[in-house]
Design a protein around this ligand. Sequence first.
Ligand code: NDP
Ligand code: GDR
Length: 353
Amino acid sequence: MVRKVAFITGVTGQDGALLAELLLGKGYEVHGTKRRSSSFTGRVDHLYVDPHVEDARFFIHYADVTDSTNLIRLIQEVQPTEIYNLAAQSHVQVSFETPEYTANADGIGTLRLLEAIRILKLEDTARFYQASTSELYGKVQEIPQKETTPFYPRSPYAAAKLYSFWITVNYREAYGMHASNGILFNHEGPTRGETFVTRKITRAVAAITLGKQKRLYLGNLDAKRDWGNARDYVEGMWRILQQETPDDYVLATGEMHSVREFIELAFQHVDRAITWRGEGVDEQGLDAKTGEVLVEVDPRYFRPTEVELLLGDPSKAREKLGWTHKTPFRELVREMVASDLAVVGQEKWRNDA
Ligand code: NDP
Ligand code: GDR
Protein backbone atom coordinates (compact mmCIF):
# COMPACT_ATOMS: atom_id res chain seq x y z
CA MET A 1 0.00 0.00 0.00
CA VAL A 2 1.24 3.53 -0.81
CA ARG A 3 2.26 5.47 2.32
CA LYS A 4 0.18 8.63 2.67
CA VAL A 5 1.63 10.77 5.46
CA ALA A 6 0.91 14.49 5.62
CA PHE A 7 2.77 17.08 7.66
CA ILE A 8 0.80 20.32 8.14
CA THR A 9 2.35 23.40 9.71
CA GLY A 10 -0.30 25.64 11.27
CA VAL A 11 -2.84 22.85 11.79
CA THR A 12 -4.66 24.88 14.46
CA GLY A 13 -5.54 27.58 11.90
CA GLN A 14 -8.69 27.77 9.78
CA ASP A 15 -7.18 25.99 6.76
CA GLY A 16 -4.97 23.59 8.72
CA ALA A 17 -7.89 22.10 10.61
CA LEU A 18 -10.06 21.76 7.49
CA LEU A 19 -7.20 20.21 5.53
CA ALA A 20 -6.44 17.74 8.34
CA GLU A 21 -10.08 16.68 8.34
CA LEU A 22 -10.09 16.24 4.54
CA LEU A 23 -6.87 14.19 4.53
CA LEU A 24 -7.98 11.96 7.42
CA GLY A 25 -11.11 11.25 5.36
CA LYS A 26 -8.86 10.20 2.47
CA GLY A 27 -7.00 7.71 4.69
CA TYR A 28 -3.88 9.77 5.38
CA GLU A 29 -1.86 9.70 8.57
CA VAL A 30 -1.77 13.39 9.53
CA HIS A 31 0.86 15.17 11.62
CA GLY A 32 0.12 18.78 12.47
CA THR A 33 2.13 21.40 14.31
CA LYS A 34 1.01 23.75 17.02
CA ARG A 35 2.96 26.23 19.07
CA ARG A 36 3.47 25.95 22.81
CA SER A 37 1.85 29.39 22.95
CA SER A 38 -1.22 28.41 20.90
CA SER A 39 -3.99 29.24 23.28
CA PHE A 40 -6.69 28.13 20.89
CA THR A 41 -6.89 24.54 19.60
CA GLY A 42 -10.69 24.44 19.28
CA ARG A 43 -10.56 23.89 15.52
CA VAL A 44 -8.83 20.49 15.86
CA ASP A 45 -10.21 19.23 19.18
CA HIS A 46 -12.76 17.06 17.37
CA LEU A 47 -10.01 15.36 15.34
CA TYR A 48 -7.81 14.51 18.30
CA VAL A 49 -7.55 10.93 19.47
CA ASP A 50 -5.30 9.63 22.19
CA PRO A 51 -2.05 8.68 20.38
CA HIS A 52 -1.95 5.45 22.45
CA VAL A 53 -5.04 4.23 20.59
CA GLU A 54 -3.87 1.63 18.10
CA ASP A 55 -5.44 3.10 14.96
CA ALA A 56 -4.74 6.76 15.78
CA ARG A 57 -3.91 8.65 12.58
CA PHE A 58 -3.87 12.26 13.79
CA PHE A 59 -0.89 13.54 15.76
CA ILE A 60 0.00 16.99 17.04
CA HIS A 61 3.59 18.10 17.60
CA TYR A 62 4.98 21.28 19.06
CA ALA A 63 6.80 23.31 16.44
CA ASP A 64 7.53 26.83 15.35
CA VAL A 65 8.52 27.77 11.83
CA THR A 66 11.08 30.19 13.28
CA ASP A 67 13.02 27.19 14.69
CA SER A 68 14.91 25.16 12.06
CA THR A 69 16.26 22.41 14.25
CA ASN A 70 12.85 21.41 15.52
CA LEU A 71 11.49 21.35 11.95
CA ILE A 72 14.36 19.13 10.76
CA ARG A 73 13.97 16.75 13.72
CA LEU A 74 10.20 16.47 13.29
CA ILE A 75 10.30 15.93 9.54
CA GLN A 76 13.00 13.30 10.05
CA GLU A 77 10.79 11.53 12.57
CA VAL A 78 7.56 11.74 10.56
CA GLN A 79 9.04 11.11 7.05
CA PRO A 80 6.04 12.80 5.38
CA THR A 81 5.07 12.20 1.78
CA GLU A 82 3.28 15.58 1.61
CA ILE A 83 4.21 18.77 3.45
CA TYR A 84 1.69 21.64 3.59
CA ASN A 85 3.21 24.89 4.84
CA LEU A 86 0.23 26.82 6.19
CA ALA A 87 1.86 28.35 9.29
CA ALA A 88 2.03 32.12 9.13
CA GLN A 89 1.36 35.37 10.89
CA SER A 90 -1.54 35.71 8.49
CA HIS A 91 -3.09 39.08 9.41
CA VAL A 92 -2.19 41.80 6.92
CA GLN A 93 -2.79 44.73 9.29
CA VAL A 94 -0.85 43.06 12.12
CA SER A 95 2.10 42.68 9.74
CA PHE A 96 2.51 46.47 9.75
CA GLU A 97 2.91 46.27 13.55
CA THR A 98 5.21 43.21 13.54
CA PRO A 99 7.06 43.36 10.21
CA GLU A 100 10.26 41.65 11.34
CA TYR A 101 8.50 38.73 12.99
CA THR A 102 6.21 38.39 9.96
CA ALA A 103 9.24 38.24 7.63
CA ASN A 104 10.81 35.59 9.83
CA ALA A 105 7.76 33.33 10.06
CA ASP A 106 6.13 33.94 6.66
CA GLY A 107 9.31 34.32 4.61
CA ILE A 108 12.28 32.53 6.17
CA GLY A 109 9.95 29.90 7.68
CA THR A 110 9.36 28.56 4.17
CA LEU A 111 13.09 28.45 3.48
CA ARG A 112 13.62 26.46 6.69
CA LEU A 113 11.14 23.80 5.55
CA LEU A 114 12.61 23.57 2.05
CA GLU A 115 16.09 23.26 3.54
CA ALA A 116 14.85 20.55 5.92
CA ILE A 117 13.67 18.55 2.88
CA ARG A 118 17.08 19.02 1.24
CA ILE A 119 19.13 18.24 4.34
CA LEU A 120 17.11 15.08 4.97
CA LYS A 121 17.35 14.09 1.28
CA LEU A 122 13.57 13.81 0.92
CA GLU A 123 13.45 15.55 -2.48
CA ASP A 124 12.24 12.39 -4.20
CA THR A 125 9.73 11.27 -1.59
CA ALA A 126 8.13 14.43 -0.15
CA ARG A 127 5.94 16.90 -2.03
CA PHE A 128 5.74 20.50 -0.78
CA TYR A 129 2.80 22.93 -0.82
CA GLN A 130 3.32 26.63 -0.09
CA ALA A 131 0.36 28.75 1.06
CA SER A 132 0.83 31.68 -1.31
CA THR A 133 -1.73 34.43 -1.52
CA SER A 134 -3.62 36.87 -3.72
CA GLU A 135 -2.05 39.60 -1.54
CA LEU A 136 1.01 39.14 -3.80
CA TYR A 137 -0.93 41.02 -6.52
CA GLY A 138 -1.43 44.02 -4.18
CA LYS A 139 -1.61 47.18 -6.26
CA VAL A 140 -3.73 46.45 -9.31
CA GLN A 141 -1.69 45.55 -12.42
CA GLU A 142 -4.34 43.51 -14.25
CA ILE A 143 -7.93 42.35 -13.67
CA PRO A 144 -8.73 39.53 -13.20
CA GLN A 145 -5.49 38.29 -11.67
CA LYS A 146 -3.98 35.03 -12.88
CA GLU A 147 -0.73 33.08 -12.63
CA THR A 148 1.03 35.40 -15.12
CA THR A 149 -0.09 38.70 -13.54
CA PRO A 150 2.88 40.65 -12.11
CA PHE A 151 3.12 40.89 -8.32
CA TYR A 152 3.12 44.21 -6.41
CA PRO A 153 3.00 43.50 -2.65
CA ARG A 154 1.49 46.22 -0.44
CA SER A 155 2.30 45.03 3.10
CA PRO A 156 5.09 43.40 5.11
CA TYR A 157 2.92 40.26 5.03
CA ALA A 158 2.75 40.26 1.23
CA ALA A 159 6.47 41.06 0.91
CA ALA A 160 7.32 38.08 3.15
CA LYS A 161 4.98 35.83 1.14
CA LEU A 162 6.62 37.08 -2.07
CA TYR A 163 9.94 35.68 -0.82
CA SER A 164 8.22 32.39 -0.01
CA PHE A 165 6.64 32.19 -3.45
CA TRP A 166 9.94 32.62 -5.24
CA ILE A 167 12.04 30.45 -2.93
CA THR A 168 9.53 27.65 -3.56
CA VAL A 169 9.89 28.13 -7.33
CA ASN A 170 13.67 28.29 -6.94
CA TYR A 171 13.96 25.03 -4.98
CA ARG A 172 11.75 23.35 -7.56
CA GLU A 173 14.01 24.51 -10.39
CA ALA A 174 17.34 24.18 -8.58
CA TYR A 175 16.88 20.82 -6.85
CA GLY A 176 14.03 19.22 -8.81
CA MET A 177 11.74 19.28 -5.78
CA HIS A 178 8.02 18.64 -6.15
CA ALA A 179 7.26 22.10 -4.71
CA SER A 180 4.13 24.07 -5.67
CA ASN A 181 2.44 27.35 -4.80
CA GLY A 182 -1.29 27.71 -4.35
CA ILE A 183 -2.07 31.39 -4.92
CA LEU A 184 -5.27 31.45 -2.92
CA PHE A 185 -7.73 34.31 -2.88
CA ASN A 186 -9.58 35.06 0.38
CA HIS A 187 -11.44 32.09 1.75
CA GLU A 188 -13.66 32.13 4.76
CA GLY A 189 -16.04 30.08 6.86
CA PRO A 190 -17.48 29.69 10.35
CA THR A 191 -14.02 28.98 11.83
CA ARG A 192 -12.33 32.00 10.24
CA GLY A 193 -10.24 34.05 12.72
CA GLU A 194 -12.45 36.62 14.42
CA THR A 195 -10.41 39.68 13.40
CA PHE A 196 -10.67 39.08 9.64
CA VAL A 197 -13.35 41.29 8.16
CA THR A 198 -15.92 38.62 7.17
CA ARG A 199 -15.96 36.90 10.55
CA LYS A 200 -15.84 40.25 12.35
CA ILE A 201 -19.00 41.20 10.47
CA THR A 202 -20.90 37.92 10.93
CA ARG A 203 -20.03 37.79 14.65
CA ALA A 204 -21.19 41.37 15.08
CA VAL A 205 -24.44 40.74 13.18
CA ALA A 206 -25.12 37.83 15.56
CA ALA A 207 -24.13 39.83 18.66
CA ILE A 208 -26.26 42.83 17.61
CA THR A 209 -29.21 40.54 16.88
CA LEU A 210 -28.90 38.91 20.30
CA GLY A 211 -28.52 42.25 22.09
CA LYS A 212 -24.87 41.71 23.05
CA GLN A 213 -23.37 44.49 20.92
CA LYS A 214 -24.65 47.85 19.71
CA ARG A 215 -22.40 48.79 16.84
CA LEU A 216 -19.82 47.41 14.43
CA TYR A 217 -16.67 49.48 13.80
CA LEU A 218 -14.82 48.84 10.53
CA GLY A 219 -12.18 50.37 8.26
CA ASN A 220 -12.30 50.57 4.46
CA LEU A 221 -15.80 49.63 3.30
CA ASP A 222 -14.88 50.08 -0.38
CA ALA A 223 -12.30 47.25 -0.42
CA LYS A 224 -13.35 44.46 -2.79
CA ARG A 225 -12.42 40.82 -2.42
CA ASP A 226 -12.92 37.50 -4.19
CA TRP A 227 -14.31 35.56 -1.22
CA GLY A 228 -14.67 31.77 -1.35
CA ASN A 229 -15.36 28.98 1.11
CA ALA A 230 -12.28 27.56 2.89
CA ARG A 231 -13.69 24.02 2.66
CA ASP A 232 -13.51 24.18 -1.14
CA TYR A 233 -9.99 25.62 -1.07
CA VAL A 234 -8.32 22.93 1.06
CA GLU A 235 -9.55 20.42 -1.53
CA GLY A 236 -7.67 22.51 -4.13
CA MET A 237 -4.46 22.39 -2.04
CA TRP A 238 -4.63 18.60 -2.00
CA ARG A 239 -5.27 18.44 -5.76
CA ILE A 240 -2.20 20.61 -6.40
CA LEU A 241 0.02 18.03 -4.68
CA GLN A 242 -1.55 15.10 -6.57
CA GLN A 243 -0.26 16.41 -9.93
CA GLU A 244 2.61 14.55 -11.56
CA THR A 245 4.41 17.85 -12.20
CA PRO A 246 4.72 20.62 -9.61
CA ASP A 247 3.33 24.02 -10.63
CA ASP A 248 1.65 27.20 -9.33
CA TYR A 249 -2.11 27.72 -9.38
CA VAL A 250 -4.63 30.47 -8.63
CA LEU A 251 -7.64 29.31 -6.59
CA ALA A 252 -10.48 31.85 -6.67
CA THR A 253 -14.20 32.16 -7.36
CA GLY A 254 -13.94 34.71 -10.18
CA GLU A 255 -16.49 36.93 -8.40
CA MET A 256 -15.82 40.07 -6.39
CA HIS A 257 -17.81 41.92 -3.70
CA SER A 258 -17.16 44.94 -1.50
CA VAL A 259 -17.01 44.94 2.29
CA ARG A 260 -20.18 47.08 2.17
CA GLU A 261 -22.02 44.39 0.15
CA PHE A 262 -20.89 41.72 2.63
CA ILE A 263 -22.35 43.77 5.49
CA GLU A 264 -25.68 44.30 3.67
CA LEU A 265 -26.02 40.61 2.91
CA ALA A 266 -25.09 39.52 6.44
CA PHE A 267 -27.77 41.81 7.93
CA GLN A 268 -30.30 40.58 5.34
CA HIS A 269 -29.96 37.12 6.86
CA VAL A 270 -31.36 38.49 10.12
CA ASP A 271 -34.05 40.45 8.27
CA ARG A 272 -32.47 43.87 8.63
CA ALA A 273 -31.93 46.18 5.66
CA ILE A 274 -29.06 48.67 5.83
CA THR A 275 -29.02 52.17 4.35
CA TRP A 276 -25.84 54.24 4.08
CA ARG A 277 -25.26 57.84 5.14
CA GLY A 278 -22.13 60.00 4.74
CA GLU A 279 -18.87 59.23 3.03
CA GLY A 280 -15.34 58.06 3.90
CA VAL A 281 -14.57 58.26 7.63
CA ASP A 282 -18.02 59.74 8.23
CA GLU A 283 -19.89 56.87 6.63
CA GLN A 284 -22.47 55.07 8.74
CA GLY A 285 -24.74 52.09 8.14
CA LEU A 286 -28.26 52.52 9.52
CA ASP A 287 -31.12 50.14 10.14
CA ALA A 288 -33.44 51.13 7.27
CA LYS A 289 -36.53 50.81 9.48
CA THR A 290 -35.46 52.29 12.83
CA GLY A 291 -32.60 54.59 11.78
CA GLU A 292 -30.38 53.03 14.47
CA VAL A 293 -26.65 53.30 13.61
CA LEU A 294 -25.32 49.76 13.27
CA VAL A 295 -22.07 50.31 11.39
CA GLU A 296 -19.50 53.06 11.78
CA VAL A 297 -16.13 53.68 10.13
CA ASP A 298 -13.15 53.85 12.47
CA PRO A 299 -9.92 55.04 10.79
CA ARG A 300 -7.84 52.89 13.16
CA TYR A 301 -8.69 49.99 10.84
CA PHE A 302 -7.31 51.74 7.76
CA ARG A 303 -4.06 50.26 6.50
CA PRO A 304 -0.97 52.36 5.63
CA THR A 305 -1.17 50.85 2.13
CA GLU A 306 -4.38 49.14 1.08
CA VAL A 307 -5.13 46.46 -1.48
CA GLU A 308 -8.22 47.96 -3.06
CA LEU A 309 -9.45 45.01 -5.06
CA LEU A 310 -8.72 41.38 -5.76
CA LEU A 311 -10.44 39.28 -8.40
CA GLY A 312 -9.00 35.92 -9.44
CA ASP A 313 -9.15 33.96 -12.66
CA PRO A 314 -9.17 30.26 -11.68
CA SER A 315 -9.16 28.92 -15.31
CA LYS A 316 -5.85 27.07 -14.95
CA ALA A 317 -6.99 25.27 -11.78
CA ARG A 318 -10.25 24.36 -13.48
CA GLU A 319 -8.54 22.97 -16.57
CA LYS A 320 -5.55 21.22 -14.99
CA LEU A 321 -6.81 20.25 -11.53
CA GLY A 322 -10.52 19.92 -12.30
CA TRP A 323 -11.05 22.26 -9.34
CA THR A 324 -13.88 24.76 -8.97
CA HIS A 325 -15.32 26.54 -5.96
CA LYS A 326 -18.71 25.14 -4.99
CA THR A 327 -20.23 27.67 -2.60
CA PRO A 328 -22.17 30.71 -3.89
CA PHE A 329 -21.27 33.96 -2.12
CA ARG A 330 -24.74 34.36 -0.61
CA GLU A 331 -24.57 30.83 0.83
CA LEU A 332 -21.14 31.49 2.38
CA VAL A 333 -22.45 34.59 4.16
CA ARG A 334 -25.57 32.73 5.28
CA GLU A 335 -23.55 29.83 6.71
CA MET A 336 -21.26 32.19 8.65
CA VAL A 337 -24.14 34.24 10.10
CA ALA A 338 -26.06 31.10 11.09
CA SER A 339 -22.99 29.64 12.78
CA ASP A 340 -22.27 32.87 14.68
CA LEU A 341 -25.86 33.14 15.84
CA ALA A 342 -25.35 29.73 17.47
CA VAL A 343 -21.87 30.56 18.85
CA VAL A 344 -22.85 33.96 20.29
CA GLY A 345 -26.13 32.49 21.56
CA GLN A 346 -24.23 29.85 23.51
CA GLU A 347 -21.81 32.43 24.95
CA LYS A 348 -24.76 34.57 26.05
CA TRP A 349 -26.48 31.59 27.62
CA ARG A 350 -23.29 30.70 29.57
CA ASN A 351 -22.79 34.30 30.74
CA ASP A 352 -26.41 34.67 31.77
CA ALA A 353 -26.26 31.35 33.63
P1 NDP B 1 -4.75 31.26 10.37
O1 NDP B 1 -4.22 32.55 10.86
O2 NDP B 1 -6.11 30.82 10.74
O3 NDP B 1 -3.72 30.09 10.79
C1 NDP B 1 -2.33 30.27 10.81
C2 NDP B 1 -1.68 29.11 11.54
O4 NDP B 1 -0.27 29.34 11.58
C3 NDP B 1 -2.15 28.95 12.99
O5 NDP B 1 -2.20 27.58 13.28
C4 NDP B 1 -0.99 29.59 13.77
O6 NDP B 1 -0.85 29.07 15.05
C5 NDP B 1 0.19 29.17 12.91
N1 NDP B 1 1.39 29.95 13.15
C6 NDP B 1 1.51 31.30 13.21
N2 NDP B 1 2.79 31.62 13.43
C7 NDP B 1 3.48 30.46 13.53
C8 NDP B 1 4.84 30.14 13.79
N3 NDP B 1 5.77 31.08 13.97
N4 NDP B 1 5.20 28.84 13.84
C9 NDP B 1 4.28 27.86 13.66
N5 NDP B 1 2.98 28.10 13.44
C10 NDP B 1 2.59 29.39 13.37
O7 NDP B 1 -4.59 31.29 8.77
P2 NDP B 1 -5.45 30.54 7.65
O8 NDP B 1 -5.74 29.17 8.09
O9 NDP B 1 -6.53 31.44 7.21
O10 NDP B 1 -4.40 30.51 6.45
C11 NDP B 1 -3.47 29.44 6.29
C12 NDP B 1 -2.30 29.91 5.43
O11 NDP B 1 -2.76 30.32 4.15
C13 NDP B 1 -1.53 31.11 5.98
O12 NDP B 1 -0.18 30.93 5.62
C14 NDP B 1 -2.12 32.29 5.26
O13 NDP B 1 -1.17 33.33 5.19
C15 NDP B 1 -2.39 31.68 3.90
N6 NDP B 1 -3.49 32.25 3.14
C16 NDP B 1 -4.72 32.36 3.71
C17 NDP B 1 -5.79 32.83 2.96
C18 NDP B 1 -7.15 32.98 3.54
O14 NDP B 1 -7.98 33.68 2.94
N7 NDP B 1 -7.47 32.32 4.66
C19 NDP B 1 -5.60 33.20 1.53
C20 NDP B 1 -4.26 33.00 1.04
C21 NDP B 1 -3.26 32.53 1.82
P3 NDP B 1 -1.26 29.88 16.41
O15 NDP B 1 -2.69 29.51 16.65
O16 NDP B 1 -0.31 29.36 17.41
O17 NDP B 1 -1.08 31.34 16.10
P1 GDR C 1 -7.08 40.42 3.87
O1 GDR C 1 -8.32 40.08 4.83
O2 GDR C 1 -6.33 41.61 4.31
O3 GDR C 1 -7.64 40.44 2.48
O4 GDR C 1 -6.14 39.15 4.09
P2 GDR C 1 -9.11 40.95 5.90
O5 GDR C 1 -10.36 40.23 6.13
O6 GDR C 1 -8.25 41.28 7.07
O7 GDR C 1 -9.39 42.32 5.10
C1 GDR C 1 -10.16 42.36 3.90
C2 GDR C 1 -10.45 43.80 3.54
O8 GDR C 1 -11.39 44.33 4.47
C3 GDR C 1 -10.96 45.62 4.87
N1 GDR C 1 -11.48 45.95 6.19
C4 GDR C 1 -11.16 45.34 7.35
N2 GDR C 1 -10.35 44.30 7.60
C5 GDR C 1 -10.25 43.86 8.90
N3 GDR C 1 -9.48 42.79 9.18
N4 GDR C 1 -10.91 44.51 9.92
C6 GDR C 1 -11.71 45.60 9.71
O9 GDR C 1 -12.28 46.15 10.64
C7 GDR C 1 -11.86 46.02 8.35
N5 GDR C 1 -12.57 47.01 7.77
C8 GDR C 1 -12.36 46.95 6.46
C9 GDR C 1 -9.45 45.55 4.82
O10 GDR C 1 -8.87 46.84 4.78
C10 GDR C 1 -9.22 44.72 3.57
O11 GDR C 1 -9.22 45.53 2.45
C11 GDR C 1 -6.68 37.84 4.16
C12 GDR C 1 -5.77 37.00 5.08
O12 GDR C 1 -6.37 35.74 5.30
C13 GDR C 1 -4.41 36.79 4.43
O13 GDR C 1 -3.65 35.87 5.22
C14 GDR C 1 -4.61 36.22 3.03
O14 GDR C 1 -3.36 36.07 2.41
C15 GDR C 1 -5.51 37.13 2.21
O15 GDR C 1 -6.75 37.26 2.88
C16 GDR C 1 -5.77 36.55 0.83
